[in-house]
Design a protein around this ligand. Structure first.
Ligand code: HXC
Length: 257
């Protein structure tokens, strides 16, 4: 019971957050939610960290919000505490987040994976929104993020029936960035995080911001937003370095790498 709910470390320029309740299949209780959000915000503010890597355990990335913790709550308690609201802070983290999605990613686990920017999974990964089987619905953004990423047909199927989709289907429908062998999911995700972290941090953060804007705005607003960000990067030393290095046929040395 004294085990920390998450483990954190830095690996080079990658901030690693490992969910650490394997016996409960990394069920996301309140303590875990707060710890993940706080760790991610701390990494976000650290100029030495260029990407965040989110890991679960081989059997479960996370099997959902903690059902045992929630089951006796009343509407008033859920509403008054605005339950799950803290997860929105993770969505506001500007540093790119890579998730290694191994095993079960159900309910809140699927929703947490979808808050990441790059998802790596294997054939054995199981994504699902089983809340309908518990008499509720997704509560951490699942009905919204899933629909935006895979469209109505697949989202309705998953949310209304609770059907799990495996890694291959998840990759086919656009939920997953890369599909690799199950045993290689964590290593691949770490490499992706290292790659992102090797670039200029402001560039990577603004690239994330620009892509994320596609979920929030009209096409025209998004394009103007992108162009402003693009223009603003010409104020950074890393733009001069990156383009200068190309012209001089050498490797760039980033100010923040
Ligand atoms: C609390 C959980 C849990 C969860 C698993 N456990 N998932 N505890 N909350 N979401 C616990 C089990 O109770 C068990 O504890 C231990 O983890 C191992 O799980 P088992 O069920 O014994 O493992 P297995 O038989 O392999 O089955 C794996 C599983 C199953 C298919 C993933 O655990 C499962 O169906 N879990 C619930 C999935 C789910 O419904 N998630 C959505 C939650 S709601 P003990 O003490 O017995 O060893 C949600 C959104 C909330 O996330 C939004 C609405 C408010």
């Amino acid at each position: 019971a004294d085990e920390p709910v998450i483990l954190t470390e830095t690996d080079g320029r990658v901030g690693v957050i490992t969910l650490n309740r394997p016996k409960a299949l990394n069920a996301l209780n309140e303590a875990t939610m707060n710890a993940v959000v706080e760790a991610a915000e701390a990494f976000d503010m650290d100029p030495e960290v260029g990407a965040i890597l989110l890991l679960g355990s081989p059997k479960a990335f996370a099997a959902g919000a903690d059902i045992k913790e929630m089951k006796d709550r009343t509407f008033t308690q859920m509403y008054a505490s605005d339950w799950f609201q803290a997860w929105e802070r993770l969505g506001r983290v500007r540093t790119p987040v890579v998730a290694a999605v191994t095993g079960y990613a159900l309910g809140g686990g699927c929703e947490l994976a979808m808050m990441a920017d790059v998802l790596i999974a294997g054939p054995g990964t199981r994504f699902g929104q089983p809340e309908i089987q518990l008499g509720v619905i997704p509560g951490m953004g699942g009905s919204q993020r899933l629909t935006r990423s895979v469209g109505k047909a697949k989202a309705m199927d998953m949310v209304l029936t609770g059907r799990q989709v495996d890694g291959e289907e998840a990759e086919r429908i656009g939920l997953v960035s890369r599909l690799v062998e199950d045993e290689k999911v964590q290593d691949e995700a770490r490499e992706v995080a290292q790659k992102i972290a090797s670039f200029s941090k402001p560039s990577a953060q603004m690239a994330k911001e620009a892509v994320a804007a596609a979920f929030e705005t009209t096409l025209q607003q998004g394009i103007v937003h992108e162009r402003r960000i693009f223009h603003s990067l010409f104020a950074t030393a890393d733009q001069k370095e990156g383009m200068g290095a190309f012209a001089e046929k050498r490797k760039p040395e980033w100010e923040q790498a």
